[in-house]
Design a protein around this ligand. Structure first.
Ligand code: NAD
Length: 445
């Protein structure tokens, strides 16, 4: 165990030094617990004009026992502002007028959610400006939030108001602890939206395939999907057979030893899932590697191996997985902020992870995928505490941990929770999106 900044500034002496120097002190984030309420306190629901999405959400959330506040002066744990009726930048004053007093008294690990209409859906220049401005407000507020609070943006297409529930639930909940300043797009659902019997078991009865499941983020994904009701096929290379079996046994799933770059990897997964579980509903493409070097020193092998494992294998496996996945299923890909911002020494990795984002938005629109009602989304983790990041030299590691709005690294479970949410059948109106799980890291913001 080396020196850890977060632990140091939370200790007695460290706290004093941090206060004196004005150093950031990380808050313990509110993470999801089975059986816990959606949010610990009242939620303010307000908006501009008729605020139709807020009206629909008032019903849904109060039916779930969430206390709803309507005045910005009440102290609350969450604020949802419906700006779907904003027509010009002048209307943004409504949002300022609601957020300014509410943020002053927002509880620790509070939540801000702004709802707007999809920018591309208007031909009116002033309206498009107002809609896009919301994103700028949310990203700035994310940087001003204190005590583990997050701010996120939900764009809802005209006619899709009823489809926003899954996104709002996620952003209010502890499942989104390390997700801030993100923008998601709710549109028409690709298949019927099915609400779960229990919001604590949204994946009940589903079968999920997770690659790279023997350790790190993949093991956390397998555990979270199983906790939420899914039976999980855990896939990893034969060399990781021992830990892979441990993960599968722990969660009552099955293990499949296969290298994702093998020509027949997709077919093997399809056959395994069919024989043992009668098919599959969810695929998480998580397996990934790094082979860092400056581009000038990167040879064809170093280049090819990373692109092969992180990107080409997914394209190849999907040739078998897409025709076989159950209707209404979900594909979730693991990208990285290095695929958004780029990273020194990671041209190969950045290429593969940016490629994953391009593949995600394109596959979401593929006629075969649409006909099957399958969603395709991606997560882009920032600095996550795993064996991969533990190997980074101390100074660089501390920078990675601290250069985000929550002043700490994320946990594998944070990535897993976002992936789990993309796999909900109530979440069939978001497809083609990439959500960063990075605590609003400064890189690529
Ligand atoms: P990790 O190295 O701890 O685990 C990766 C797993 O994938 C291992 O179990 C490994 O055996 C498996 N794997 C590698 N090549 C494989 C292959 N050819 N076939 C099958 N399995 C294979 O890494 P991690 O930190 O858990 O990362 C998981 C994913 O998250 C990766 O795609 C990674 O690029 C991405 N990611 C991680 C971070 C981070 O901070 N840790 C940040 C951004 C993105």
């Amino acid at each position: 165990m080396g020196f850890e900044y977060g632990k140091f500034v939370s200790s007695g002496l460290g706290k004093q030094i941090a206060n004196t120097l004005g150093l950031p002190r990380p808050t313990t984030l509110r993470r999801h617990k089975v059986g816990a309420p959606l949010i610990n306190g009242a939620v303010l629901l307000a908006g501009h004009g008729d605020a139709p999405v807020a009206a629909a959400l008032t019903e849904v959330l109060s039916a779930d026992g969430v206390q709803i506040a309507t005045s910005p002066s009440t102290s609350v744990a969450g604020v949802i502002v419906d700006m779907t009726q904003a027509r010009t930048p002048a209307d943004l004053e409504t949002l300022r007028g609601i957020l300014a007093p509410a943020l002053k008294t927002l509880a620790p690990t509070g939540r801000v959610i702004v709802i707007g209409r999809t920018v591309a859906d208007t031909d009116d220049v002033a309206e498009a400006a107002a809609r896009r401005a919301l994103e700028g407000i949310v990203r700035s507020v994310g940087k001003e939030m204190r005590a583990g609070g997050t701010a996120n943006m939900v764009y809802v297409a005209e006619g899709a108001d009823a489809n926003a529930e899954a996104a709002v639930r996620f952003f209010l909940s502890g499942r989104s602890a390390y997700v801030s300043a993100q923008v998601v797009h709710v549109g028409d659902a690709v298949a019927d939206i099915d609400l779960p019997q229990s919001w604590d078991a949204p994946l009940e009865g589903k079968v999920a395939v997770v690659t790279g499941a023997a350790r790190g983020i993949g093991a956390a994904i397998a555990e979270v999907l199983a906790r939420d009701g899914a039976t999980v096929v855990c896939v990893d290379i034969p060399a990781a057979g021992g830990p892979l079996a441990d993960v599968a046994n722990k969660i009552g799933g099955s293990a499949l030893q296969v290298d994702v770059t093998a020509e027949d990897a997709g077919t093997k997964i399809v056959e395994h899932a069919a024989q043992l579980h009668g098919g599959f509903d969810i695929v998480v493409h998580n397996a990934g590697i790094t082979r860092d070097k400056l581009l000038v020193n990167t040879d064809a092998d170093r280049w090819g191996s990373v692109l092969n494992v992180n990107l080409l294998s997914i394209l190849k496996m999907n040739e078998a997985l897409v025709p076989a996945i159950n209707e209404g299923g979900h594909i979730v890909n693991v990208s990285s902020i290095a695929g958004i911002a780029g990273n020194r020494g990671q041209a190969n990795y950045g290429a593969s992870k940016a490629g994953v984002i391009g593949m995600t938005s394109s596959l979401a629109k593929d006629p075969q995928v649409l006909a099957k009602g399958v969603t395709v989304n991606a997560v882009a983790p920032g600095f996550i505490e795993t064996e991969m990041t533990a190997k980074i030299p101390l100074a660089t590691r501390e920078i990675g941990r601290l250069t985000n709005s929550l002043s700490q690294g994320g946990q594998p479970v944070d990535v897993a929770e976002t992936i789990g949410w993309f796999a909900w059948d109530s979440n069939r109106a978001i497809t083609g999106d990439t959500v960063r799980v990075c605590g609003q890291m400064i890189l690529g913001a």
